[in-house]
Design a protein around this ligand. Structure first.
Ligand code: 13P
Length: 252
């Protein structure tokens, strides 16, 4: 049985007070989360310490950062290291989100550095891959995704790979309201698993692969019902506890 995960990527949203309220509302509704489903919240850096405190010793929800530095420590003004995140403590870090690849010029090479540092600090990376609309329309989407996987995840050893969570987030579906159909999601998730199996064999059977891109309560059940979809990475809808919990409830 693969892990089932619903993770909320808050992006650059919420004040500390709003973030605190959101977590309290999620905690108050945890009885809506089916057994065996893990929630993860990924607030901005500034909120992590407070939210770690609110979560206390709970394993569920887990806590993720949205990024980390590609350097270990030192004179890198404005950066936050993997070891700082581990000391919060944070359990996870989102890496390779398309917004970071596009707006902050993150490359496969920097992402590989970040992943290695995160893993060395005991953080589990949630590694995002996804194609832009042009890639899909020119039938290049499988090639784009395989390259993103080959240059980063396939460079890891098997022990490190075991900790990885993959998120497939088609860029054309993020924040647009245009969700991938459940068939499109399943097709790509199965492709990702088969591609990873070429390097990691049976280990890829256990890799959670989450779908992200305009996932909401009204479409989550259909998407999550697909055999290779192990949950979701939720943007906009994770900012409302009720919607986030309803999405997590879609596994029932
Ligand atoms: P939306 O759910 O807002 O489309 O965002 C998805 C996403 O980018 C999660 O990382």
């Amino acid at each position: 049985m693969r892990e089932k995960i619903v993770a909320g990527n808050w992006k650059m949203n919420t004040s500390i007070e709003e973030g605190r309220q959101l977590v309290e509302d999620i905690l108050a509704g945890m009885d809506r989360v089916p057994e065996g489903v893990s929630l993860i919240v990924a607030p901005p850096f500034t909120h992590l310490f407070l939210i770690a405190h609110l979560l206390g010793n709970r394993k569920n929800p887990g806590l993720a950062a949205q990024n980390c530095a590609d350097k270990k420590s030192g004179a890198y003004t404005g950066e936050v290291s993997a070891s700082m995140l581990a000391s919060v403590p944070c359990g996870y870090v989102i890496l390779g989100h398309s917004e970071r690849r596009e707006y902050y010029a993150e490359t496969d090479q920097t992402l590989l550095e970040k992943i290695k540092l995160a893993l060395s600090e005991g953080l589990r990376p949630i590694f995002c891959v996804g194609e832009v609309l042009e890639d899909r329309e020119s039938n290049m989407h499988f090639q784009v995704i395989s390259s993103q996987l080959r240059e980063v995840l396939c460079q890891l050893g098997p022990e490190d790979f075991k900790k990885i969570i993959v998120a497939y987030e088609p860029v054309w579906a993020i924040g647009t309201g245009n969700t991938a159909t459940s068939d499109q999601a399943q097709e790509m998730h199965a492709f990702i698993r088969a591609f990873l199996a070429e390097t990691f064999g049976d280990l890829a059977e256990s890799t959670p692969i989450l779908y992200g891109g305009s996932c909401k309560p009204s479409n989550a059940r259909d998407i999550f019902s697909q055999p290779d979809v192990d949950g979701g990475l939720i943007g906009g809808a994770s900012l409302k506890a009720d919607d986030f919990l309803a999405i997590a409830g879609s596994f029932a």
